[in-house]
Design a protein around this ligand. Structure first.
Ligand code: FE2
Length: 366
């Protein structure tokens, strides 16, 4: 059955971070998110502080434990900052949760209906790879973000320090899992969520002198939710996936790809806000016209900003990757603009992975 859980969209991404107040400042000032809502002691949240960040259709929630005995404090020691939950909007939480369990999912939290002055908010959670979960959310009868959240104090930030960058939507969210376990998770998404496999890459597509990886992309029937899943393949040395698994302490979200309608403007604004991006050698741009043919953008401008281009049968795409956003070489972001292409930049893998390996080499983890 296609779309057995009746998933509508990615509602939000919930990240656990060491210091949500400071992370919110970073994602606001560097990535151009508006901080809209807050939960903490002042709003009756006794265990954790949380900030809701919005840009276009993207919602991130940054959460930090504020008590020593918060049940998930140990998650931060193990993983560092990272994605805890990918929340999916559904029409009927109980039905989605029951269907998921019947199809083989493990429960992380049974359905809960919370009523307050904002209305009725319903949510449940199932386990995914590592300590990551998927939440099901029904907010159709709720006004505001979620119970215990209040609109952020308007005096918290001064308007002059905010520079929007034009990010519009979540394009895809990538998981890294252990060697030999990619198929298991592809099966999970197929069996439990009814996703199908869009594309797969093997170590012949994605290998460099040092590392190789395998990847499959699973997606919902409407193509709104796309989750590539990577596993390391045996390389000569340690791949970037091995490095992630070591420093994250297991499988987890490797990168979040955010779509923009104007990547040149977005990347220019983010770079001005001090976001660090991976760079490929300038020779990449010498070969570009031959590789991708005619494109609307000025290649000199793409080269200046470090934006990559790839073409498939349907069109082309432009993409760029940030360096990891915290001190561990784990979570990073991709900025992507699609001009018809529905693929993931396979033609850039080699140049990109060599750029990542130069970073790994600087970290002594290659
Ligand atoms: Fe990606």
């Amino acid at each position: 059955m296609l779309d057995p859980l009746d998933l509508k969209r990615i509602d939000h991404i919930r990240m656990f971070v060491g210091n949500a107040r400071q992370s919110a400042y970073f994602y606001r000032n560097a990535f151009g998110f508006q901080v809209t809502d807050y939960a903490g002691l002042e709003t009756g949240s006794r265990q954790e502080a949380a900030y809701v960040l919005r840009q276009g259709k993207i919602t991130l929630v940054l959460v930090s434990p504020i008590t020593p005995d918060h049940p998930e404090s140990s998650r931060l020691v193990r993983h560092g900052d990272g994605v805890r939950t990918i929340a999916l909007e559904v029409a009927d939480v109980q039905a989605a949760y029951d269907a998921a369990l019947a199809r083989g999912a493990e429960s992380a939290s049974p359905p809960q209906t919370i009523e307050d002055q904002g209305g009725v908010y319903i949510t449940a959670e199932i386990k995914a790879y590592g300590d990551t979960t998927h939440a099901f959310v029904d907010r159709s009868r709720y006004k505001g973000f979620a119970p215990s959240f209040k609109p952020l104090d308007p005096d918290r930030y001064s308007a002059g320090t905010f520079h929007p960058v034009g990010l519009a939507a979540i394009d895809h969210i990538v998981a890294n899992v252990e060697e030999g376990r990619m198929s298991e998770w592809v099966n999970f998404y197929s069996k439990v969520l009814g996703f199908s496999t869009l594309v797969s890459f093997d170590d012949k597509d994605i290998s460099t002198e040092h590392s190789a990886l395998m990847s499959k992309v699973v997606a919902d029937g409407k193509g709104r939710i796309k989750f590539p899943i990577n596993e390391p393949a045996k390389g000569r040395r340690r791949s970037q996936i091995d490095e992630f698994l070591d420093f994250y302490g297991g499988p987890g979200v490797q990168h979040i790809a955010l779509a923009t309608g104007d990547i040149i403007a977005s990347v220019r604004a983010m770079a001005a806000n001090d976001v660090s991006f991976l760079r490929v050698p300038s020779t990449y741009y010498e070969m570009l016209p031959e590789r991708v043919g005619s494109i609307k953008e000025d290649i000199a401008e793409l080269a200046e900003l470090g934006i990559l281009v790839d073409r498939d049968e349907e069109g082309y795409l432009l993409q760029i990757f940030t360096k990891p956003v915290a001190d561990r070489p784990t979570l990073f972001f991709e900025i992507i603009q699609r001009r018809g292409a529905r693929s993931f930049g396979k033609g850039n893998f080699k140049a990109l992975f060599e750029a990542i390996e130069r970073e790994q080499s600087r970290r002594g983890t290659l």
